[in-house]
Design a protein around this ligand. Sequence first.
Ligand code: ZN
Length: 329
Amino acid sequence: MGEDLELLKQRIPLLRYLRRHHWGGRPAAVRSEFVGLCPLHEDTRPSFYVNPRKNLFYCHGCGQGGDLIRFVQLSQHLSFRQSLAYLQEELAPSAQLLKHTAAFYQFELHRYPEGIQYLAQRGVHDAALIEELGIGYARGGNMRPHLQQLGYSLERLLELGLIRPQGQDAFCRRVIFPCRQQDRIVNLYGRSVTDAFPHRLLPRSKGGLFAWQSVRQFRNLILVEGLFDLAVLWQAGFRNTTCAIGTHLTPTQLAQLCENPDRCVYIAFDHDENQAGQRAADSLLQVLDQAGLKIRLVGLPAGHDPNSYFVAGASAQDFAHLLEEAPSL
Ligand SMILES: [Zn+2]
């Protein structure tokens, strides 16, 4: 924690923060300090001093002084913890807010049976895996006060799409999977536990391939469409599975698959009669083939995706057999 604080203060020097917030201080006569009107009280004579080397401020008018975090506490009327969240947000807009949102939903999963019941129905029951993937549950209607208490404004929640323009939560009665890129959450995927609009992402990039940091080491990869496909495969021991969240790959996701030219990708998409889905999968295959990757098509029984295949009783051996039999493109 102490180290993180120091890092945070180094990454946002106090003087730069003040400048960005329109503080008009000028170099003072003494020891390379800066002086200007105090942003913390009604100041008429410049009495607010900043020492950029020590990264500290002091006001001779109101007697307040300290570091960047202290300044944020005083100027934004936030608690210590809220100030940290506020500053993290300055560094990486949205990442911190998404992290707080995901943590809230993760906590909520254990408060309402609905989420766990839905996961069980989709064949996901391993508690350690649920924890590892950071899966949560959005009941809807209770996230806003929690985030506002942490210092996020309603405008930020609207901007990020967590609250819809009409005022209701974007995620309501949904199982939530946080999507990470490196260690930062870049989006949230919500699967409805009812039949209404089954899939929902926040209106921003879905980022790279799911869990890329942990799967990129594998030479043989299994690529699936949905996060429930990924969850059951990880649960069955196929940790080399990643997910594009849909059949359309973003340029980032494509570049990730292609970063190792020796890679073999097992495509395990939904084998349904959905023409649009089939076309999307076909065009993806062409792109991957042109990129020089080895492609193998996993022949799931008609009407099945990996998730429904396992829910219907298939075992890890059954799936391993499908992989062995998968024809090359
Ligand atoms: Zn002052």
